[in-house]
Design a protein around this ligand. Structure first.
Ligand SMILES: Nc1ncnc2c1ncn2[C@@H]1O[C@H](COP(=O)(O)OP(=O)(O)OP(=O)(O)O)[C@@H](O)[C@H]1O
Ligand SMILES: [Mg+2]
Length: 139
């Protein structure tokens, strides 16, 4: 299991959400955040030069995924969040030790599978497996 954290532009959020739902990823947490991505703006004044570290509005999306969904999740975010301009964002992937669904006490992969989305998830998973197998044949 992995915890995927993506920082994206707020105006890409609806496309990213749609792409994630198409990929079968339905559990996520959204937080508005303020971020700095390395850009420096140098301001020249009469005697000095100041470097401004500007912060921009971004959206942070957290998704706990079982292994088969890690790559489809990353691909969905890449395709929907990319404009090609600086500041498109970043994706962080971290190992995830445990997940517990509070209502049932289920743990780990069972706690990650939504009760209502099995068909969507199975379709997304088999589409990914087919694409991965094709890519392996090409290599
Ligand atoms: N190293 C980092 N650690 C934590 N958050 C980061 C890091 N880099 C970027 N972020 C977050 O991601 C947001 C978008 O970053 P940004 O897209 O500018 O990354 P970048 O690596 O500078 O890529 P680009 O060259 O496209 O600008 C930032 O505003 C910040 O919230
Ligand atoms: Mg940047």
């Amino acid at each position: 299991m992995k915890l995927i954290i993506a920082i994206i532009r707020p105006d890409r959020l609806s496309e990213v959400k749609a792409a994630l739902f198409r990929a079968g990823v339905t559990g996520m947490t959204l937080t508005p955040v303020s971020g700095h991505g390395g850009e420096r703006e140098v301001v020249h004044s009469y005697r000095a030069e100041r470097v401004l570290l500007e912060f921009h509005d971004k959206v942070r999306i957290e998704m706990a995924c079982s292994e088969p969904f890690v790559e489809p999740t990353i691909q969905a975010i890449l395709e929907a969040a990319r404009t090609g301009g600086v500041g498109d964002g970043k994706i962080f992937v971290q190992p995830l030790e445990q997940v517990i669904r509070i209502r049932t006490g289920e743990r780990d992969n069972s706690a990650l599978t939504p009760v209502t989305a099995d068909a969507v998830q199975l379709a997304a998973r088999s589409a990914f497996a087919t694409a991965a197998a094709a890519a392996e044949l090409d290599a």
